[in-house]
Design a protein around this ligand. Structure first.
Ligand SMILES: [Zn+2]
Length: 430
């Protein structure tokens, strides 16, 4: 592609919507004008279409190692799904072994991510603690440009941190100007409930949500906020799923605590009725946190609307049914997760904008601009001259989501059956 003039397109920025002509050269926006642009370039009629900042998915797990094999999409398929769905950047994770250098684990993950066709940043997991990690955190921020460090309050037997170590990690992250991304669920409580369930023969898949009840999330959020207040460590709560957590985060923000929050399409669109059924019906929805009673859904949409929740990430972590079957006789062995990169923007457009819960600008904020600001993706989040990260959105395209799609190895999909509207068109394809 050389240059293309997009005529009369509706530009959706986080702060303003307007119609303009836009001249691209090799995907870079060189001119935006509300008056007609004169150019020799090939013309694309943008009437009826939107020009939006490419999305950022701040929470994906590509090739995540598990006992059932890695999550079934890698950086190649995941990044292709991103592009096809209108997302232009991803944030994945480094999950060091306990005792392993964070820097060594980060370098290995950076190599894996090289095949990605979109920019990838990494949240570096702090899966163990001793004071030597303070220097590693400082080096990752200064020398590697890492911004965020992931801590799990759950999964204490392998990757989670006890609260005393969480506190130390927060002090270190705050001292060096980083952000903590936090999975807030009470690890000890969940382990105890799951142990009791298995011991008493409650092994079927539908027990999963009962083993991680809502209070395990909002009690963890409350506990974490105490330490946010004490350390002033900027904290990004991942995959918030309950109304009570939303209230706590809203109050914390009102008090001026340095807090951000994310939710995911699955918590906005699906509820715990999905856990009624046989193994194969239920296994598709085994994720953590689990889907919640539907009373939570309105609170999450309100939180997106009023800014309590800043971003929608997918927690993309798909598995095949064959992989899910590892937990057929013990639900705690079902690999947790579902896919979402490809459909995220369309799901939020269809069920957010078209349902009247979000304006177009709010859609762009939660899918791109807010993550661009928090995680410092400089070319993202706004349509402006010099920007290379723009996507055309065709609002008329329609699709019913199936179990499979061309950008994933998964053969199951938590959103299967939902109708979506809207489709991304790459600038390079005009
Ligand atoms: Zn995750």
């Amino acid at each position: 592609m050389s240059s293309v003039l997009v005529r009369n397109i509706e530009i959706v920025n986080p702060d303003r919507i307007f119609w303009a002509d836009v001249l691209f050269e090799d995907e870079t926006i060189v001119k935006i004008s509300e008056d007609s642009i004169e150019s020799e370039a090939k013309v694309y009629d943008g009437t009826g279409k939107l020009l939006i900042p490419a999305g950022i998915d701040p929470h994906v797990h590509l090739s995540l190692p598990t006992h059932a094999g890695p999550s079934c999409d890698d950086f190649k398929t995941g990044s292709r799904a991103a592009i096809a769905g209108g997302t232009g950047a991803l944030i994945d994770f480094v999950t060091p072994e306990r005792g392993q250098s964070l820097i060594e684990a980060t370098e290995a993950r950076l190599k894996e991510a090289k095949v990605s066709e979109v920019p990838v940043k990494l949240h570096v997991g702090i899966t163990w603690w001793d004071d030597s990690l303070d220097a590693e955190i400082e080096s990752l921020i200064k020398d590697y440009g890492i911004k965020t460090f992931k801590v799990y309050m759950a999964y204490l037997d392998n990757i989670g941190l006890e609260v005393c170590d969480l506190h130390k990690a927060m002090k270190s992250i705050a001292a060096h100007g980083g952000i903590m991304a936090l999975h807030a669920e009470l690890g000890h409580e969940i382990a105890k409930i799951q142990h009791d369930f298995i011991e008493t023969g409650r092994t079927a898949a539908f027990n999963h949500p009962w083993s991680r009840p809502a209070y395990c999330e909002f009690d963890a959020v409350e506990k974490a906020l105490f330490y946010v207040s004490a350390t002033q460590c900027t904290t990004y709560f991942v995959h918030i799923s309950t109304a009570e957590s939303v209230q706590l985060i809203r109050k914390a923000k009102a008090e001026g605590l340095p807090v951000y929050a994310e939710t995911c399409p699955q918590y906005l669109l699906l509820d715990d009725e999905k856990y009624n059924g046989a193994f194969k019906d239920v296994a598709v929805f085994i994720m953590s946190p689990p889907l919640r009673p539907k009373e939570n859904i309105d609170a999450l949409w309100d939180a997106l609307k009023n800014g309590t929740i800043d971003t929608v990430g997918t927690d993309h972590c798909p598995f095949t049914m064959k992989q899910k079957l590892h937990g057929y006789s013990d639900f705690t062995r079902i690999p947790n997760g579902a896919g979402g990169i490809y459909h995220r923007m369309a799901l939020m457009y269809t069920y957010g904008v078209l349902n009247g819960d979000l304006t177009l600008s709010e859609w762009v904020q939660i899918c791109s601009s807010n993550a661009a600001k928090i995680f410092e993706f400089n070319e993202f989040g706004k349509i402006e001259e010099g920007n290379t990260k723009a996507v055309i959105w065709d609002p008329e395209a329609e699709e019913r989501i199936g179990d499979t799609h061309p950008y994933s190895h998964a053969d199951i999909n938590a959103f299967s059956g939902l109708k979506i509207k809207g489709k991304a068109i790459k600038i390079s394809e005009l």
